[in-house]
Design a protein around this ligand. Structure first.
Ligand code: PSU
Ligand code: MN
Length: 302
């Protein structure tokens, strides 16, 4: 086994016995939500996975190891510490060799999940093609990672801080299936609507599991993006969110925010300026995604 990989006893036991496992990311804890809600949410999401018959595997980099399965104390550190590194693929060798704390994005979490042999990963929102990417070339490594790595992602769609249309086009180019559960329209995180028709719609867990088995058995490497619209009662209308996104984009421009800081800056700005309304939606939808991911993981092991 890869000497840089450290798998917790619970996750190792699940891997050895072909039990369902759901990978979870840590950037959402360190850079996606404020303390202490981030820690409460991370622990509640793990509990949701357990309640639905799967084993949670929260992934992060600690002391030179890619850790699969964190203790509650470790999750607390990722929620509280201010100088945790946000780790996408390009940061992995630096953070491992420097032995510093690294919170993994969707891209890095997928890669480490694949190293461990985990197929299902639940998150909130993925990175994608940013608005104005035709000028900035700001495209998340989450998308290039999805081209190659055999881990399915359950998310609430693509957040409209990104250009949803360009993100869907890019994903199509990379040969990644996009499935929306239970509706024809692709969701946009805070809203079940985006204005874009989902490339595929599937309504049952077992059919999604069959699609995953078929894809990988065919030798078609890469991810499947499974979009799970957020629970109706938490929806924030697109025109309300759009106002905050515009403000956040303006503020980012004014403060000259660049590179890896863009996404965390936009997320924090929106969370602060919507007075927690968006945060409540964020927490609800990630739990919902963890529930669906667990059910898919269970179905996959049958
Ligand atoms: N979008 C969200 N919440 C998040 C992120 C994105 O709605 O927490 C985080 C995820 O970890 C994602 C990362 O993988 O941001 C993407 O960062 P970038 O755009 O720099 O690739
Ligand atoms: Mn970027």
């Amino acid at each position: 086994m890869n000497s840089f990989l450290k798998i917790s006893p619970e996750v190792a036991n699940a891997l050895n016995n072909n039990l369902p496992i759901v990978a979870l990311e840590s950037t959402i804890i360190s850079h996606g939500m404020p303390y202490p809600k981030n820690v409460e949410t991370a622990l509640a999401v793990e509990q949701t996975v357990k309640n639905n018959g799967a084993v949670p595997a929260t992934i992060a980099i600690i002391n030179g190891k890619c850790c699969v399965g964190l203790s509650n104390q470790e999750i607390e550190i990722f929620g509280k510490e201010k100088n945790v590194w946000k780790v996408s693929l390009r940061d992995m060798p630096y953070v491992v060799s420097q032995k510093i704390y690294g919170a993994t994005t969707v891209a890095a979490t997928m890669r480490i999940a694949a190293m461990a042999g985990i197929k299902i990963f639940a998150t909130g929102g993925i990175g994608g093609v940013h608005r104005n990417a035709e000028n900035t070339m700001d495209i998340s490594a989450d998308l290039t990672e999805m081209e190659n790595t055999n881990v399915a992602i359950i998310s609430a769609g693509v957040k409209s801080i990104l250009d949803i249309g360009l993100t869907l086009e890019y994903i199509e180019t990379k040969g990644i299936p996009v499935i929306t559960i239970g509706q024809d329209e692709f969701p946009s995180f805070y809203s079940s609507k985006s204005g874009f028709t989902s490339p595929l719609r599937i309504d049952t867990i077992s059919e999604i599991a069959e699609l995953l088995k078929a894809k990988w058995a065919l030798g078609l490497n890469g991810s499947v993006l499974i979009a799970n619209p957020l629970p109706k009662q938490y929806e924030v209308a697109n025109d309300i969110i759009e106002k905050y996104i515009q403000q956040a984009l303006e503020a980012a421009k004014e403060k000259n925010i660049k590179g890896k800081n863009v996404t965390p800056f936009l997320l924090e700005h929106i969370a602060t300026h919507t007075h927690g309304e968006s945060l409540e939606a964020n927490i609800a939808l990630i739990k919902h995604n963890a529930e669906i991911a667990s059910k898919i993981a269970v179905s996959l092991t049958k």
